[in-house]
Structure formats: structure tokens, C-alpha cells
Design a protein around this ligand. Sequence first.
Ligand SMILES: Nc1nc2c(c(=O)[nH]1)N=C([C@H](O)[C@H](O)COP(=O)(O)OP(=O)(O)OP(=O)(O)O)CN2
Ligand SMILES: [Zn+2]
Length: 147
Amino acid sequence: MTSITRKLEFDAGHRIPDHRSQCRNLHGHRYVLEITLEGEVIAAPGQSDNGMVMDFSEIKSIARKHIIDQWDHAFLVFKGDTAVVDFLESLENHKTVIIDSIPTAENLAHLAFDTLAPHYARQFGGSLRLSRIRLYETPNCWVDVLA
Ligand SMILES: Nc1nc2c(c(=O)[nH]1)N=C([C@H](O)[C@H](O)COP(=O)(O)OP(=O)(O)OP(=O)(O)O)CN2
Ligand SMILES: [Zn+2]
């Protein structure tokens, strides 16, 4: 079994409404998402992905389609944070993602894991699995969600 990791970055706004300090304010981060997959190295001479667990560009395409393109330059807001939801909905064409939980790094990492895992599992007849999502909220703060 071999483990490979693809890193992607995106910018998003959020706030943690219950937070006792600064994080209750509207603010943003350049998030770093690391996607780690486990699988066997493909042995298929002549095939584009020969010698790879999965083509890094393919890992990126799946993550972009299902997470990055939605979250990049969006404001990620808890559905129960009605003051902010109402404000964002008053802005024409604003990119807002309403989620079922408070947008902490932990909850966002779990959401990314649960969203992406089935898409990677579908590759190569189910022989590939998402083994870890690591999400950096800042260079000093990150979360790991493990399979
Ligand atoms: N367990 C968690 N704690 C905190 C979260 C979180 O998602 N999970 N989020 C925040 C804030 O949103 C913020 O992103 C982190 O702020 P801070 O602790 O200030 O992190 P910095 O890296 O910017 O701190 P430095 O002191 O500049 O290193 C808070 N807590
Ligand atoms: Zn924050």
C-alpha cells in the first residue's frame, strides 16, 4: 500500500459566532487542504498513470469540482448564524456557502472528508481510499480527519 498527498489552497471567509474572542468577527483565511489517498501503485505499461497510485492532477480535478470551486472566495456560514446569513443573502450575487455546522477548521475538514471520500473510492474499482484530510486554517493551526 502506498500513500500519496495532494495539497490545494483556497481563500474563504467565516466566523465562529459563539467564540469568546476575535474569531466571532467576520474574517478570512487562506486555507490549505491536504488530501491523502492510499492505494496500490498501478502497473500498466503504456497507460498515462503507470507507476502512480493516482495522477496528482486527477486528485486535484476531483477536489476542485466538489470542494475548492465551491469554497474558494466564498463566505462559509453556519445556517443557524441567521444575522450573517440574512446579511449575505442581501448582497447581490455574493458567493455564500451555508453549512449545517459552525465553520470551525474541524467541521470544515469533516465536511471535506465526507464530501470527497466517495468520489475517490469510486476510482479504480474501489481499490483507492481517502485516508486523511488535513486542513490548515492558518500556518500554525490545522486539523486531521482520519478514515
Ligand atoms: N480548535 C479550533 N480553534 C479555533 C478555531 C478552529 O477552527 N478550531 N478557529 C479559530 C479562528 O477562526 C482563527 O482561525 C484562528 O485564530 P488564531 O488562534 O489567532 O490562529 P493564528 O494562527 O492566526 O494565531 P497566531 O497567534 O497568529 O499564530 C480560533 N480557534
Ligand atoms: Zn478563522
